[in-house]
Design a protein around this ligand. Structure first.
Ligand code: FES
Ligand code: FE2
Length: 383
């Protein structure tokens, strides 16, 4: 009789090997849609965002007609990256190396000393390499391939709801970056691991009833979960004054945590108070950058009160010498707990003695589904 769930599908190499990492960067991220930012990041003509989609540096830019366009961030002369981070170009994109000039619609329109140095150059053949761009619920997504699976198809049945929130009705109140010493898949697997919620987070996420968590896997490997509030927490929400309760969330049927993951590496999480995007960016096989942007519906005086509380809290912690990193499992911050668990797991995987143990009947099933999806994007190295 089977007493355990399906075994983990990925080998240890998937988490530590450079060769595996490079293949993932080309094959998995080369064929996936990646989150680039919010439409509010690129409102004006000429505004752009740079995105590293696996091995592919890309640009999303708003052109002269106000349309979003995506290109590979590679000069057609000798490849120099044209733009960095985010910003605004006036009318054209100029390569910093030898000043080749491109229009916002990607055409090569200027080559210095063209007559003497490139007499036979047909400029129309040297436009920027196109990539694909799509907008969904104010989020901008890019794909390195100009002829890729359309975004709508990629999305499949991924839920068009994030709890009760609509990003446009919320205000960005917090942006955090975490440098994590673990493979990006360890972070994603932890993010969709139902089993750890009542254990690692027994003190920090105990307001949700994990036994009643519902989940669904859709499309190429997207995950949607809903974790309802416990009876006690529901009572607390019912009786708490609306000071901190965003208008959108005043209906009790919307309470709970909506935690979604768009395959392969983009999280969207909504709770009673906030809505966050979670970008999981692979840096090396053993390093991952996680960027979390949070919006809340707090406005005016409520937002001011919340900020004061946070500042006073930080001041008190400092005054009493409280350091959350002194004991990550006493931090009261579930993110600190998660990072701790991820980094410890990565360390263990470096040991030649390491081997995966048994898997739970169903609370780790989303991890297996994720691994299956990763494998389906990873052709054999010999092929
Ligand atoms: S590399 Fe861009 S102009 Fe030479
Ligand atoms: Fe967690």
């Amino acid at each position: 009789m089977t007493v355990n769930g399906t075994k983990m599908l990925l080998p240890v190499e998937a988490y530590i090997s450079r060769e595996w990492f490079d293949r993932e960067q080309r094959e998995l991220f080369g064929r996936s849609w990646q989150f680039a930012g919010m439409t509010t990041d690129i409102v004006e003509r000429g505004q752009y965002i740079c995105v590293q989609a696996g091995a592919y540096p890309l640009i999303v830019i708003r052109d002269d007609e106000g349309e979003l366009k995506a290109y590979h961030n590679i000069c057609r002369h000798r490849g120099t990256q044209l733009l960095e981070v985010t910003g605004k170009r006036k009318k054209v994109i100029t390569c910093p190396y030898h000043d080749w000039v491109y229009s916002l619609d990607g055409k090569l329109i200027g080559v210095p000393q063209r007559r003497t140095q490139f007499p036979d150059l047909d400029m129309s053949e040297w436009s920027l390499f196109p990539a694909s761009v799509a907008v969904w619920n104010e989020m901008v997504f890019v794909n390195p391939n100009a002829e890729c699976m359309p975004f709508d198809k990629w999305l499949g049945d991924f839920p068009d709801h994030f709890g009760p929130h609509r990003p446009s009705q919320l205000m960005e109140t917090d942006v955090r970056h975490y440098e994590i010493k673990a493979n990006w898949k360890i972070f994603v697997e932890n993010y969709i691991d139902v089993y750890h919620l009542s254990h690692l987070h027994s003190e920090t996420l105990n307001m949700y009833d994990h036994a009643k968590l519902k989940s669904a896997v859709t499309g190429p490997g997207h995950v949607a979960t809903y974790d309802p509030p416990t009876r006690e927490y529901k009572r607390y929400l019912e009786t708490s004054p609306n000071n901190y309760m965003p208008l959108a969330i005043q209906e009790a049927e919307n309470w709970g945590a909506y935690v979604h993951m768009m395959f392969p590496n983009f999280g969207i999480a909504g709770t009673e108070y906030s809505w966050s995007t979670i970008e999981v960016m692979p840096v090396t096989p053993r390093e991952t950058l996680v960027k979390i942007r949070t919006r809340t519906a707090l406005e005016g005086i409520n937002l001011a009160i919340a900020n004061v509380y946070e500042k006073v809290g930080a001041w008190v912690s400092q005054a009493i010498g409280y350091r959350p990193d002194a004991d990550p499992l006493q931090s009261g911050d579930f993110m600190v707990e998660d990072i701790y668990a991820c980094e410890q797991q990565q360390k263990a995987m470096e040991s030649p003695r390491f081997a995966f143990g048994p898997t739970s009947i169903d609370q780790e099933q989303l991890i297996i589904d994720f691994q299956n999806a990763v494998l389906s994007y990873m052709p054999d190295p010999e092929d």
